[in-house]
Ligand binder design. Structure first.
Ligand SMILES: Nc1ncnc2c1ncn2[C@@H]1O[C@H](COP(=O)(O)OP(=O)(O)OP(=O)(O)O)[C@@H](O)[C@H]1O
Ligand SMILES: [Mg+2]
Length: 158
């Protein structure tokens, strides 16, 4: 799925739809440059999972857990760099657990990710500020995530 997003509100709408479709064991791997909108999308997904607590960036906490319709594990592995895979930090417990994992900078933990993952790449367009556009590319790497991305795309077009 490839979509061009003009407005922040559209990121929120699309993200909420994905959150509504999330199931236990799903892993959403978010990639994109600094400020591309990964945390913003994660906040929208969490809303869709009916997380009522405010969702903040886990850059310093590494991982934050929320309770919604299912547990949400929001991770940001940016600061770990190579340590993310060189040290056994226990990520697999989350990736193979019973909640939804949303991983910012997922490319840094690629070897640790399960086989069936929904990758979402965000890129900022020209300009800046809250109305600056974003490109969103999503693809699944397994049966569940491929089905999910199709369902997500269909729901987004309605
Ligand atoms: N269409 C859009 N979708 C998402 N965010 C947008 C959009 N347009 C502008 N923004 C703004 O871009 C910023 C994105 O910041 P955000 O923290 O979500 O990025 P990030 O990818 O998580 O960054 P980091 O790599 O530092 O974790 C926010 O200030 C948000 O308001
Ligand atoms: Mg972030």
């Amino acid at each position: 799925m490839a979509v061009w997003i003009d407005q922040l509100e559209e990121t929120m709408r699309i993200g909420r739809i994905l959150g509504e479709l999330a199931q236990p064991g799903d892993v959403f791997a978010l990639t994109g440059d600094l400020g591309a909108g990964k945390t913003t999308l994660a906040q929208a997904i969490a809303q869709g999972v009916q997380v009522t607590e405010p969702v903040s960036s886990p850059t310093f906490a590494l991982i934050r857990e929320y309770d919604g319709r299912l547990p949400v594990y929001h991770m940001d592995v940016y600061r770990l760099g190579n340590r993310a895979i060189e040290e056994d930090l226990g990520f697999e417990d989350y990736f193979y657990g019973d909640g939804l994992c949303i991983v910012e900078w997922a490319e840094l933990v690629l070897p640790l990710l399960p086989a069936d993952v929904l990758f979402i790449r965000l890129s900022a367009g020209a300009g800046s500020g809250a109305s600056c556009g974003r490109e969103l590319l999503a693809y699944g790497t397994g049966t569940r995530s491929e089905r999910l991305v199709k369902e997500w795309e269909t729901r987004c077009l309605i």
